[in-house]
Design a protein around this ligand. Sequence first.
Ligand code: SF4
Ligand code: SF4
Ligand code: FES
Length: 564
Amino acid sequence: MINVQINGVWRQFPKGTRLIEACEQAGGYVPRYCYHKKLSSPGNCRMCLIEMGMPKMGADRKPELGHDGKPLINWMPRPQISCATDVAEGMGVRTNSPMVDECRRGVMEFLLINHPLDCPICDQAGECRLQEFSVEYGRQDSRFLENKVKKPKNVELGPRVTLDDERCILCSRCIRFSKEIAKDDVLGFIDRGSHTVLTAHPGKRLENNYSLNTVDICPVGALTSSDFRFKMRVWFLKETKSFCTSCATGCNTVIGTREDVIYRQTPRENDAVNSCWMCDYGRLNFGYLQSDRRLLDPLVRQDGKLQPTSWKHALESVAAQLRSFRGSQIAILASGRMTNEEMWLASRIANSLSVNLIDIVPRLGPGDDILLSEDRNPNTNGARLMRIASDSGAVLQQIRGGIGSGQVQALISLGENPLHCGINADQLARLPVYIVMGLLANDAIPFASTLLPSLGFAEKRGSMINGKGRLQRLNPAVRGPGQARDDWEILRDLLQTFSGSNGIYTIEDVFRQMSEGVPAFAGLTLSRISDLGAQLLHIDETPGPPGEPAQQKVRERERETHPQ
Ligand code: SF4
Ligand code: SF4
Ligand code: FES
């Protein structure tokens, strides 16, 4: 441990701690623009200036000690940046001296010289570091008499990111993120002095699958999301902690909503899952929840047509349709997008109907070595734990075969489209019973005998286990549309029609019963899962937290470049 005096108080920090982090831990937050703890530190914005000193050495080359037995500090006459310096033994730091205050005011004045007065129309307003630090260190008036430098506005850097060069404070966070985390060296500065602008290298575009993280880390409103810009002022957004369900990584997120409309998803820091990042594919994959393809009302087939009905009648009709079949004539097509609670109830329904043909539909896509997993189902591990999915997909094959041979007479689809997993329209049309629980209309819906509209990931509560065995909780950010009901409630009611009262009144009851039946959940409750999740399974091949190996390399490189 290293002894450091911060604002007059001696503290200890582990060797290698950044000075800016040490000051923050000691309660002396240092404003910063270019520093980001997951990126290298070029030290180019100068906002983090502090007053620094080293132990005063005596004639015997040993530190001179004061009355308190601690080293006396020899303060340097010039300020130092705290973001590119590590703590050192006997170091003294002042984050609140008049000199530091004056430095911050000076840096702010320089940064604002050419900055446009865009706040009223800037998407970053409300979460802009320039605004925030202006309150503390900005001048009321401008001493700048010349004309501001005009720079390009509304530049499409890529398909999802728009740049306003006039707002850029040249912190280089976006350049470093692209190079160090996204491994796509696409951005850079050109020209000199106050004419320097950020741009994409010739012939390149910022179009990698992580491009929107540059918008998150841009401390000002220079980089904006083309999808979100001008849609909503950020202070109107309600923020709900959740996670992305578009692949098995389960990146932690904050969902920004207003009046039951989702406006954006942004990553939430969790070093065990996604570091500070998420991919563009997952981030933007929420529009379907607001599409006009949503199923709004329960429907049952009457006189050859699907007709709206009440929930009670729809559930009774499911029970009536299935009653005439043996377990071996029924198949359940479950989904790796279901929560653990829904899977638990589905497996209990399968047990009560003596159904053996139950499986999830594998969903694969190209992955990368940053975050995106090849497994696009968010809860494959939950399905394995609940014993509703075989590893080989053998049961899915049996379901297809059973439907083809006519052995399976009733199919229950829970959030999956059978036409996308090897069952054709003729086979579906021949099935006497096809029950659908889902959220979106698709080409298999016209064959349904009963349709039960359910909710999407941002509309419900429940848990999932990501590809690394981490248990995480979804929280509802918006209400579902129409008469759509929470999936666990639909499954609970169905279970009740098959096997009588089941003592389940809330989703907490489902989790409690699940934790009594599945040893891995023992001792847990849904509410007790923290916002950062809980490690449930220990999967051998689990690599380190995404982004962290890159950061390790970054730190190593920094140490080589700036030896302490
Ligand atoms: S666009 Fe934003 S993140 Fe990039 S250099 Fe400019 S201010 Fe920094
Ligand atoms: S990596 Fe996976 S979990 Fe993370 S944002 Fe992308 S799709 Fe979602
Ligand atoms: S935060 Fe230290 S120089 Fe920018």
